[in-house]
Design a protein around this ligand. Structure first.
Ligand SMILES: [Zn+2]
Length: 165
């Protein structure tokens, strides 16, 4: 079986990357998360420049594999992944649309405060389920180091809060 392989364009690469879900939060793609910074294509060789969202996030190697597999599937001869830290990833890059998706998924989206502020100011995170603010932090780390565990006293549900960086 011969697969029809057309030339790879930068747009095509963005399109398929935009379908790769974040390993932690499957409702959001790695492009929406702002991890993919740039894409270069030359003679069907693809270079993808990424900025890791959170240092040491265990999901890193998972989506690197995903990127390579996905691009190889659309006919990339060689896939190179470069990492840039030129601009540190920040949750400010998340669009309102993405924050809405997080919330619908049951994760409180990052608010415009740094984690330090949240830690030391008694700031309350809004519950993604009932929008109540009678909440408390139960653990600094949730299922991944990127999230903290909170509990809503209003609707009595635990929820995760996507920390700011
Ligand atoms: Zn609640």
């Amino acid at each position: 079986m011969v697969k029809e392989v057309s030339d790879i364009t930068v747009q095509k690469v963005w399109d398929v990357l935009n379908q790769i879900p974040d390993p932690d939060i499957p409702v959001i793609s790695i492009v929406e998360l702002g991890i993919v910074r740039n894409v270069a294509v030359k003679d069907n060789n693809v270079e993808v420049i990424i900025t890791p969202s959170y240092s040491g996030c265990p999901a890193m190697h998972v989506f690197k594999e995903d990127i390579i597999t996905t691009l190889t599937n659309i006919g990339a001869k060689k896939v190179e992944i470069s990492i840039t830290h030129s601009l540190a990833w920040t949750t400010d890059w998340l669009s309102n649309n993405v924050k809405e998706k997080l919330k619908n998924y049951g994760i409180a989206p990052p608010e415009q405060n740094s984690e330090t502020e949240v830690l030391f100011s008694n700031k309350k995170i809004t519950c993604p389920f009932c929008s109540g603010t009678y909440t408390k932090r139960t653990s600094q780390f949730g299922s991944t180091p990127c999230k903290a565990l909170w509990y809503c006293n209003n609707c009595q549900q635990p929820f995760e809060y996507f920390k700011c960086y």
